[in-house]
Design a protein around this ligand. Sequence first.
Ligand SMILES: Cc1cc2nc3c(=O)[nH]c(=O)nc-3n(C[C@H](O)[C@H](O)[C@H](O)COP(=O)(O)OP(=O)(O)OC[C@H]3O[C@@H](n4cnc5c(N)ncnc54)[C@H](O)[C@@H]3O)c2cc1C
Length: 237
Amino acid sequence: MVGADGLWSRARGLLSTDRPITDTYVAYRGALPMGEITVPVEPDDEIIWIGPNKHLVQYPIRRGELYNQVAVFRSTRYTPELEPTDDWGGPTELDAAFAGSCEQVRTSITMFNRDRRWVMYDREPLADWTRGRVTLLGDAAHPMVQYLAQGACQALEDAECLARHLAKHAGDIDEAFAGYQAERIPRTALVQHVARGWGQVWHDDGEVVPALRDRVFGRRATDDYTDPDWLYQPVTS
Ligand SMILES: Cc1cc2nc3c(=O)[nH]c(=O)nc-3n(C[C@H](O)[C@H](O)[C@H](O)COP(=O)(O)OP(=O)(O)OC[C@H]3O[C@@H](n4cnc5c(N)ncnc54)[C@H](O)[C@@H]3O)c2cc1C
């Protein structure tokens, strides 16, 4: 059995008693027809507005037909007691979080879908995600906060790797699952941890980290995408 049942995986419950952890951030999404966008946009643009306890990402998708937007902020109402409810991270908090932003960001925030929010969750990496004939894949195995935009990417890599090991160890599920998790756990655990750190650097509301961050980012050419190169090296078999 391959448990690919997402963040709240029941299959994971067969091998771990852990539960998702929130960093108390919430995301709203607002994909728009490109015709509604009034600012000039290039097909390869990825714009990230960063501020204390918040960020806004904007980029074209679907061959430039849609403009995808994701706004993320730390809830000021969050408490562990409220966590299972919808009474925190609501649209009022969304507006308040971005109220002090520049006009372009504030205008963008008015164009978001307010019907649904996504709470940011991850879990600590597992040292072992296989028991007998049960293994995990995707968010069930390694949910991560979405700041590196890697959750679905890592799930796809899992699928390729699992298929490769099943072919290599034809008929021996134990060997295939062992090879699969030996290859995938170190990489996905790294991505889980770096995603957290990436968010902390973006959202920091102190003085030192934003100063260093802005200095590093300010020296980078706007078309320089080498920072995440380590994510896109060929996966070894
Ligand atoms: C706001 C936001 C933005 C994101 N942006 C990106 C991005 O840009 N790039 C990226 O790579 N990732 C991104 N992600 C992460 C990505 O959405 C997930 O990592 C990905 O969907 C995980 O895929 P999955 O198949 O493992 O789990 P899921 O997509 O959650 O699928 C699990 C499936 O299992 C089903 N299921 C659950 N329980 C059971 C059960 N008991 N029985 C049967 N079926 C069950 C569910 O209905 C669901 O269909 C983002 C996430 C969020 C919240």
